[in-house]
Ligand binder design. Structure first.
Ligand SMILES: C[S@@+](CC[C@H](N)C(=O)[O-])C[C@H]1O[C@@H](n2cnc3c(N)ncnc32)[C@H](O)[C@@H]1O
Length: 393
């Protein structure tokens, strides 16, 4: 991932340098003064960069929580920041390749876009964990009347698919670089024709990380239209039996099983298993009900929350655990302009949200964007608010 190694410098001088900068809008140092974050805006993207001091060199690098998908924007920003701060570069990996096609952003959707999105086709299907995207590209080409939403947590795979979409001139795929288990809550009821889950990671040792779970299936049957179908394809005996048990526990569905069915398109993973002559299982779950529309809307506001003196010392250092969710104030950075950048993890144990909260005398907000509007995130948000409101005792 893009970074620069620069000659050690005095972080305290940054504040003065950035007074009139439109690129670097704030700098905040950790409470132990060892490292810092820079708030940066470049080409309409706002994100943080980290400065990690070391004896012989300081590292200027991306921040995982706020990183933009477009690596070119990130690389450019790191280079511009180094220039603006007059840093002496010792080594770099931010060269921008001119030969690679820039990812098309028209077909890249952020999770928060789905709060008010207009689906561009009447038919919508979803693929979970598209990997190389071979199956998704094939489906999109074969079904031009359907909009395909591809979900993938692995960022380089999402970038690769965006390149293919641009190269092949495809217009009916949206790429979402997000956890599929959280994403489905963003979709309206009775929307989808199909949900493909092909060769999910079996997670035999950590089954709580599996995509298929009872709660995932409940959401899947809500977003599938009546007669719509979830298609699981797996080479794992364990996963097959686990999924079957899960599928049978959800009411008003029809479950169908196939073995070694040849599909018109073979994914990269499938090709490997076929070479090894492994059995491949398909389980189809058809929704038999017209689902209820989603009720109520979730608002993540911090009304009335403001910076109060020494709040950074009062916030709990350890994670607070509640029934089915947690909140953890992981790191705190303080800026000379009086803002706290608080890195938090919260939500459900197996799929936590990671966000920064900016707390100032004038108010409080999530940086750069709000959490996904799930019930468990909302419960965690209320606990975060309670903690941030804690007055001196
Ligand atoms: C074993 S690969 C299969 C890829 C592709 N479906 C195929 O058949 O070649 C599983 C993919 O699912 C992605 N993945 C795993 N968990 C996910 C999640 N919770 N949400 C979205 N994608 C996920 C992984 O990054 C990986 O690319």
């Amino acid at each position: 991932m893009p970074h620069l190694k620069v000659q050690p410098f005095d972080i305290a001088t940054i504040e003065e340098t950035i007074k009139d900068s439109s690129l670097i809008t704030d700098v905040a140092t950790s409470l132990n003064n060892k490292d810092a974050v820079l708030a940066v805006t470049h080409k309409n993207e706002t994100f943080l960069l980290q400065i990690k001091p070391d004896k012989h060199a300081y590292l200027l690098k991306y921040d995982k929580v706020t990183r933009p998908l477009n690596v070119t924007i990130l690389k450019e920003a790191i280079g511009l920041v180094a220039k603006e701060l007059n840093l002496k570069v010792l080594s770099s990996n931010i060269a921008i390749s001119q030969t690679k096609a820039a990812p098309s952003s028209d077909y890249f959707k952020k999770i928060e876009d789905f709060e008010n999105i207009v689906f561009t086709k009447e038919k919508v299907s979803v693929e979970v964990g598209f990997g190389s995207g071979r199956h998704l590209l094939y489906q999109a080409e074969k079904n031009p009347d359907t909009l395909f939403i591809g979900l993938e947590i692995h960022t380089p795979s999402a970038q690769q698919l965006l390149k293919q979409i641009a190269l092949q001139g495809i217009t009916n795929i949206w790429v979402v670089n997000y956890d599929a288990r959280l994403f489905l809550e963003m979709l309206p009821s009775n929307l989808c024709e199909k949900i493909f889950v092909h060769f999910p990671v079996p997670w035999d040792k950590k089954p709580q990380r599996r995509v298929i779970s009872k709660s995932f299936l409940t959401e899947a049957t809500r977003v599938l239209r009546k007669g719509g179908r979830l298609e699981l394809r797996t080479d794992s005996d364990n996963y097959f039996w686990y999924a079957l048990e899960t599928f049978f526990s959800v009411p008003k569905t029809e479950v169908e099983v196939r073995k070694n069915e040849a599909l018109e398109v073979t994914s990269k993973y499938e090709a490997r298993w076929l070479r090894q002559e492994k059995d491949i299982y398909d389980v189809y779950v058809t929704s038999l009900l017209h689902a209820k529309e989603k009720e109520g809307s979730i608002e993540f506001n911090f009304n009335g929350v403001k910076y109060t003196e020494a709040i950074e010392e009062r916030l709990p250092k350890k994670a607070l655990v509640f029934d089915g969710y947690f909140v953890h104030f992981e790191r705190i950075f303080k800026s000379a302009r009086g803002a706290l950048f608080i890195k938090c993890a919260f939500g459900s144990f197996d799929r936590p949200e990671h966000k920064y909260i900016v707390l100032q005398k004038s108010g409080c907000r999530y940086f750069v964007c709000e959490p996904v509007k799930t019930t468990v995130n909302f419960l965690a948000h209320q606990k975060l608010t309670e903690q941030l409101m804690l007055q001196k005792g």
